[in-house]
Design a protein around this ligand. Structure first.
Ligand code: NAD
Ligand code: UGA
Length: 466
């Protein structure tokens, strides 16, 4: 539905979001859901994405999202490709475009690629005819708001802009709950009269459903840096537990016991200590590398090295997983049929960006294994990720059919459905000796061993029949 047809309707505010991705779509759907008095329009340069948001086949899978979108769409939530018109009409503009790692030139492989962000800033500058609040929703290097302000104030028509930082902390797979009940909402602003007024306006939007004590405010730079720091701290926990998992495998200790004992210290906390095949997703590596690049550019080499090691341990964990598979399977994988249970970077999403599964699949293909990939939501993305190297790869949604005739299973994504499979049936259909490599520690290892599997968990002694 065209958002601009609804001119007869009166809304208290016109909110625009530029960038209809994993963040822009769900966050705006939640604002529209909670605030009937606002008109919320989401625009994107990608017409196919906008068409999907306007259809029954949303561009992303996120539990609970379809219901929220369906209820608000056409009422006070609209999707459009008319960016300029959206800018003109809106009083408040969220910018949620992608900020991937730069792949070229200075800072390649480390720095954030700010081209999409800057293009948006220039477009806002060109089209705006009235004062606006511009909100950084994308994750950005510290002090990017300054660059935004400089671009926006370079316009001739003297339109006034306030730039706020309002980083997003949602995690995929739980985005709707995270948006509805956030641990905190962070809003950074200039501490000037105008900046504080703009900040208060954004506070009022969130206060429609978020308790006020969870809406915290700061200066702009602290807000920008808090987002990078939060992701770095989260990823650091995973690399910490994964590094200890390697030691557990050498010493017959169990990573589950260690994580439990360490996490029960209330100063440490028990969340986010699941040893795994390594973290994936579009943000952890990207944001840490961005942090590392920033530190180096300020001459803080020791700080940069410290955070870079979090990414290095993650790379090591992925490499280690494949090497363990090879060692266990008699040092050759040539011609062996290996089934990957899961391709998404975590459960409850179809997103495969930076998924450890991509690295594992590539390495297994290099070792000349034959792959069968199964995943309830991510097979389309898996096909794209392995495009050009998948002549020996099949994609099968049914995990029973996928595992049949395989030498080994590698559990890469912790989908609940893999916990409840009939592994007796799977074992009977596989080539013997049958192996299972549990990259998420979700299976009942003892039971699998008793069925006849050779079982290789993460950070626990292997259970083998040899
Ligand atoms: P995404 O790639 O899914 O979506 C970005 C969208 O912006 C794309 O649809 C793209 O077409 C659009 N776009 C790019 N340039 C544009 C332009 N000039 N005009 C209009 N549209 C444009 O990315 P995402 O996962 O939604 O992430 C967006 C930002 O949010 C990133 O900075 C990311 O670090 C941050 N973030 C992501 C998550 C997450 O879970 N994915 C969580 C928190 C923060
Ligand atoms: C992460 C953060 O959790 C969000 O707060 C943040 O907003 C977001 O990044 C972002 O900036 O993009 P997300 O990447 O969607 O969210 O998902 P997480 O739940 O953090 O998982 C990231 C990766 O770590 C996944 O591959 C997951 O399987 C892995 N992980 C997570 C572990 O290996 N062990 C754990 O204990 C937890």
């Amino acid at each position: 539905m065209n958002p601009y047809d609804k001119t007869e309707m009166k809304f208290e505010k016109n909110i625009l979001c530029i960038g209809a991705g994993y963040v822009g779509g769900p966050t705006m759907a939640m604002i529209a859901h909670k605030c009937l008095q606002y008109k919320v329009t989401v625009v994107d340069i990608d017409p196919e994405r906008i068409a999907q948001w306007d259809s029954d086949g949303l561009p992303i899978y996120e539990p609970g999202l379809a219901e929220v979108v369906k209820a608000a769409r056409g009422r006070n939530l609209f999707f459009s490709t008319e960016i300029e018109r959206g800018i003109k009409e809106a009083e408040i503009i969220f910018v949620s475009v992608n900020t991937p790692t730069k792949t070229f030139g200075a800072g390649a492989g480390m720095a954030a690629d700010l081209q999409y962000w800057e293009k948006t800033a220039r477009q806002i500058c060109q089209c705006a005819e009235s004062p606006k609040i511009i909100i950084e929703k994308s994750t950005l290097p510290v002090r990017t708001a300054l660059a935004m302000e400089r671009i926006l104030t370079s316009n001739d028509n003297a339109v006034h802009f306030d730039v706020l930082s309002n980083p997003e902390f949602l995690a995929e797979g739980t985005a709707i709950n995270d948006l509805e009940n956030p641990d905190r909402v962070l809003i950074g602003s200039r501490l000037t009269e105008s900046g504080l007024k703009a900040r208060d306006e954004l506070v009022e939007i969130y206060a429609n459903w978020v308790p006020r004590d969870r809406i915290i405010t700061s200066d702009t730079w602290s807000s920008e840096l808090s987002k990078l720091a939060a992701n770095a701290f989260l990823a650091q926990r995973i690399s910490s537990i994964n590094s200890i998992s390697a030691l557990c495998e050498k010493t017959d200790a169990s990573i589950s016991e260690v994580a439990k004992a360490v996490g029960m210290d209330s100063r440490v906390g028990s969340e986010f200590l699941n040893a795994s095949v390594g973290f994936g997703g579009s943000c952890f590596s990207k944001d840490i590398l961005n942090l590392v690049y920033l530190c180096r550019s300020y001459g803080l080499n020791e700080v940069a090295d410290y955070w870079e090691s979090v990414v290095q341990i993650n790379e090591y964990q992925k490499r280690r997983f494949v090497l363990n598979m090879m060692t266990a399977m008699f040092n050759t994988l040539v011609g062996k049929r290996i089934c990957l249970f899961g391709f998404a970077f975590k459960a409850n999403t179809g997103d495969t960006r930076e998924s450890p599964a991509i690295f594992i699949a590539r390495r297994l293909i290099e070792e000349k294994a034959e792959l069968v990939i199964t995943d309830p939501k991510a097979l389309d993305n898996a096909r794209i990720d392995l495009n050009g190297i998948d002549s020996n790869v099949s994609y099968i949604e049914d995990p029973y059919k996928a595992a049949a005739g395989c030498h080994a299973i590698a559990i890469v994504t912790e989908w609940d459905l893999y916990r409840d499979l009939d592994f007796e049936k799977i074992y009977r259909s596989m080539i013997k000796p049958a192996f299972i490599f549990d990259g998420r520690n979700i299976a009942d290892h003892k039971k699998l061993f008793e069925m006849g599997f050779n079982v290789f968990p993460i950070g626990k002694p292997a259970l083998t029949h040899f």
